[in-house]
Design a protein around this ligand. Structure first.
Ligand code: ADP
Ligand code: ZN
Length: 349
């Protein structure tokens, strides 16, 4: 086991305290064996991750799901529960999520509900899961009426991140994670944003472990203050309301989550410029930074945007015409603002 610059953080969520450990090239077979001392573990992964890391997982009880969002469903949930029953898992055993956000959300919801909650360990393998979904305890599956309809707040016992896993991650998936990283800079960390704006992409990749650690520290702070998403945690949705509108308007086929968030952030930057909150130089810096990481700043047919934004009204269950958006206050800070659809469209014109 080689050790780089190992970083650890503690998440002090009201329901549970746990550690996040980040390093490069440290998770090997012995690591997984150590997790299974004095208890059973079942690993959940998807077919792509399994194809890349089959040798690492050999000899463990592994449940492999089909890759993709469609696996966050009742059928996979039920199949995994049956697998745990067949393998006689008890409350003192654990489920290990080894994969991206899909695996983490599904495995977490299984762990939260199997015998009213068993051990749950996150080993995220995508950049997006490392900086976002593996930390904070939101676990869920989808229903035909919408995403994440059936879920829980169920914090993991620990989160172990090995940035070596990112070496096999497709570039498009890496870009998705970068969208969330830029988000953390914009909402809470001006110095992080400056680093992303200044450094060449290659240098960002070389420093990814410490960048992940900064994002996790922000997420940990926010989750500690508002575990169940009643207040502060909403700042993590910066760019997401518009982003979800873009994703859903195109039926989740044309734009990935990262694309949606990137477009949402670019629109918020434009809104802030048009409101006189940031100046044109700051606006350019934000959109150039988004573009640098291979992310879009607008949809391909910008004339469709007013139509796309109508989705926001559905998404927000708007009180009357007014809905809340997270708005830039400056680079590194946001506030909650209220908009009507008409005002939003007019401000963006
Ligand atoms: P998320 O972006 O929310 O983490 P997924 O769980 O769907 O989403 O993962 C994105 C895609 O990347 C999936 O196709 C998954 O199989 C694949 N994947 C996850 N981790 C790796 C990895 N380390 N190497 C290669 N492919 C991976
Ligand atoms: Zn997101």
């Amino acid at each position: 086991m080689t050790e780089g610059l190992r970083q650890t953080l503690t998440v002090e969520a009201p329901s549970k305290q746990y550690k996040i450990t980040i390093d490069k090239k440290w998770i090997d077979r012995d690591f997984f064996k150590a997790l299974a001392v004095n208890r059973k573990i079942v690993m959940i992964t998807d077919e792509n991750v399994y194809a890349c890391y089959r040798e690492l997982l050999e000899g463990f009880d592994v449940f492999v799901i089909t890759a993709g969002e469609s696996s966050k469903c009742m059928a996979s949930y039920s199949d995994i529960q049956s697998y745990l029953i067949e393998h006689h898992l008890t409350r003192s055993d654990a489920v290990v999520a080894f994969g991206g956000g899909v695996v983490g959300d599904l495995a977490g919801f299984v762990a939260a509900t199997y015998m009213r909650g068993i051990g749950f360990i996150q080993v995220p393998t995508t950049l997006l899961a490392m900086v976002d979904s593996s930390v904070g305890g939101k676990v869920a599956i989808n229903h035909s009426v919408g995403k994440n309809i059936l879920g829980a707040f169920y914090q993991p016992d620990a989160v172990y991140m090995d940035t070596a896993f990112l070496e096999t991650l497709p570039d498009a998936e890496f870009a998705c994670g970068m969208a969330e990283i830029i988000k953390y800079g914009l909402i809470r960390d001006e110095a992080l944003f400056a680093l992303l704006a200044d450094l060449p992409v290659k240098a960002v990749r070389e420093q990814i472990a410490s960048i992940i650690a900064r994002c996790c520290a922000i997420k940990a702070e926010v989750v500690a203050a508002d575990e169940e998403d009643r207040g502060l945690r909403q700042i993590l949705n910066f760019g997401h309301t518009v982003g979800h509108a873009v994703e859903s308007f195109y039926h989740y086929k044309t734009y990935t989550h990262g694309h949606g968030v990137a477009i949402g952030m670019a629109i918020k930057a434009k809104l802030a410029m048009n409101n006189g909150i940031i100046d044109p130089v700051q606006y350019r810096l934000i959109v150039e930074t988004i573009k640098k990481f291979n992310l879009p700043i607008a949809i391909d047919e910008p004339e469709q945007m007013p139509e796309v934004l109508k989705e926001v009204i559905h998404d927000k269950k708007a009180e009357g015409d007014v809905f809340k958006l997270i708005e830039l206050e400056t680079i590194g800070s946001v506030k909650i603002a209220a908009y009507t659809y008409d005002a939003l469209v007019a401000m963006l014109a």
